[in-house]
Design a protein around this ligand. Structure first.
Ligand SMILES: Nc1ncnc2c1ncn2[C@@H]1O[C@H](COP(=O)(O)OP(=O)(O)OP(=O)(O)O)[C@@H](O)[C@H]1O
Length: 226
């Protein structure tokens, strides 16, 4: 589902954020990505929906070779990859409903289908009752759940999250991770960058560790409890 072969990323200015990185995540896996600040976790995630391009190497996502993907096809790829950020990136002048509807509007989904799909996404994160609220009136955990609803509303087979619990207390972090596990149980492939080693160990999913842009550990595809 996610395949990196000898991928390097050098930013303008010379810094090599990823160095010849190879790994694979199978369909339906849930995997954590860990490593020190600046190790390259965000860079790795950004390569998957082509928010950045690699300098070298090959990336294949859901059967699509990104080296051969024309700019015209990038929106198609992005609808297949849901992305969640630590700071939610919600639009503060739009209601919860309109924030979640936005990816469908951009994708040109018929108006009559949008309401049903937005409500289905809000239901999955237990926020149906807040659809008319504005993001500032929500707690941090609720805002993150809106971010998750927006990421899943196009029903992507892949979910990526960059420090999704970075601003949340341990209890809320577990709740958010529980949501990712629920999506994973129905077949979604999930890749989450996180600093929270205690939480990662407790959940017992496979993890990849990055150090200075290289893979330093892979707990293994069957890795549980490690
Ligand atoms: N747009 C950019 N231009 C230049 N250098 C960048 C850019 N984005 C990231 N870098 C550099 O690439 C390296 C990897 O950064 P990245 O954000 O991927 O790490 P990270 O593991 O996600 O860190 P953190 O946990 O602090 O978010 C860092 O040295 C960073 O300064």
């Amino acid at each position: 589902m996610i395949f990196f072969d000898s991928v390097s990323k050098q930013y303008p200015g010379g810094h090599e954020a990823l160095r010849s990185l190879s790994f694979q995540v199978d369909r339906g896996e849930m995997v954590f990505l860990t490593g020190h600040s600046g190790a390259g976790k965000s860079t790795l995630l950004k390569l998957i929906p082509v928010l950045e391009r690699p300098s070298r190497g090959q990336i294949v996502i859901n059967g699509i070779n990104l080296n051969r993907l024309s700019s015209r096809r990038i929106p198609y790829l992005r609808r297949r990859v849901g992305m969640i950020f630590q700071d939610h990136r919600l639009l503060h002048d739009r209601t919860v409903y309109h924030n979640v509807a936005l990816p469908l509007v951009i994708a040109g989904v018929p108006h009559r289908d949008i309401g049903r799909r937005v409500r289905a996404a809000l239901d999955k994160v237990s926020l149906l009752h807040r659809e008319t609220a504005y993001p500032v009136t929500l707690s941090g955990g609720e805002q993150q759940r809106v971010g998750i609803a927006r990421a899943v509303v196009t029903r992507p087979p892949i979910l990526l999250a960059d420090e999704p619990t970075g601003n949340l207390d341990p209890e809320l972090s577990e709740e958010i991770m529980g949501l990712f596990e629920a999506f994973n149980r129905v077949g979604v492939t999930v890749l989450i960058a996180s600093h929270d080693l205690d939480l990662i160990r407790r959940l017992g999913h496979r993890y990849l560790s990055l150090g200075d842009g290289q893979l330093t550990a892979d707990s293994g595809r069957a890795g549980r409890g490690g």
